[in-house]
Design a protein around this ligand. Structure first.
Ligand SMILES: O=P(O)(O)OC[C@H]1O[C@@H](O)[C@H](O)[C@@H](O)[C@@H]1O
Length: 289
């Protein structure tokens, strides 16, 4: 059944779609898990916040937790943000309930002739997703099975957060970090405050950020704690009214209701020696204020 299925990978969008299939009902997330999903911008793009969503298995899904690998941002004539988010992943372990009622799934992506035309390396990515009542765990392993060839890669979780009003949110965890502002010609600045806000077109790459970010005033007035490990950088992005028009699958009315807070390795690529595995993790917790 599901073992041989492949799905386009925007983590929780996929988990949600798989879990809602009739034959997966016995492992479907509980209502409380779905409530957790709606706090992030993770559920189906066919919600009222996703008016122009495209689900054609070619266009990246602007929602959920798209996986950026092996390259962040512009990549010559190759897929922007790499190919992992537009590939179809193997469902290695379909969603199933754990003892404590969480839902766990494991997905896998390996090189193919198609990926090697852009990046000529053999690799395997394993993605373990655990969705609980108030948390979402995203663990990734990147393995280099080659006996002699190293490779370097970027890896980033392009997480979308659903917000009632972006102007009322704050994000902590940036004090003293240097950052590249892509909206100001890639100039580099230093962040003096711990907390940042998004009140204009924002596309910043913060380096060496805190292991924990807290996002206040997210959906339902709750806060979300993002705890990351082995992701030294954090990208914060919102197209605002200025550039939302450049995204055909974002409606112009959507920019006040989300931002992306993206944990990753992008300022400096990760170098992976033959036979080695790199692991990184992100956990999102819904917390009261
Ligand atoms: O629309 P995409 O390809 O998902 O990219 C959205 C944004 O993703 C961010 O990670 C980049 O820093 C931005 O430059 C980019 O515009």
């Amino acid at each position: 059944m599901l073992h041989n299925r492949r799905i386009t990978c925007s983590v929780v969008t996929s988990l949600y779609r798989v879990a809602r299939r009739p034959y997966a009902l016995q492992v479907a997330p509980s209502i409380s898990c779905l409530n957790c999903l709606t706090l992030f911008r993770l559920a189906s793009r066919r919600t009222r916040h996703d008016k122009k969503a495209v689900f054609d298995d070619k266009t990246p899904i602007l929602g959920g937790v798209p996986i950026v690998f092996p390259h962040f941002a512009d990549w010559e004539e190759k897929p922007f943000h790499g190919f992992a988010r537009v590939c179809r992943w193997l469902v290695e372990k379909p969603p199933s309930k754990t003892e404590n009622g969480d839902v766990r799934a494991v997905l896998k992506l390996m090189d193919t002739a198609w990926t090697r035309q852009f990046w000529d390396y053999t690799f395997s990515l394993t993605l373990e997703v655990v969705l609980g009542q108030n948390h979402l765990v995203t663990d990734i392993s990147v393995h280099n099975p080659s006996p002699k060839q190293s490779f370097a890669f970027d890896l980033l979780l392009h997480t979308y957060f659903l917000l009632p009003d972006v102007t009322k949110c704050e994000i902590s965890g940036f004090k003293g970090c240097s950052y590249v502002d892509k909206t100001q010609n890639f100039q580099e600045f230093t962040q003096n405050t711990d907390v940042i806000t998004v009140r204009k077109y924002t596309d910043n790459i913060y380096k060496d950020t805190a292991e924990t970010h807290v996002i206040s005033n997210a959906s339902g007035g709750k806060s979300i704690k993002l705890v990351k490990s082995n992701y030294p950088d954090t990208v914060v992005w919102n197209p605002w009214a200025d550039t939302v028009k450049n995204f055909p699958d974002l409606d112009e009315s959507e920019y006040p209701h989300f931002f992306c807070v993206e944990a990753g390795n992008v300022a400096k690529p990760v170098l992976l020696a033959p036979g080695k595995t790199f692991k990184a993790s992100q956990v999102l917790h819904v917390i009261d204020k």
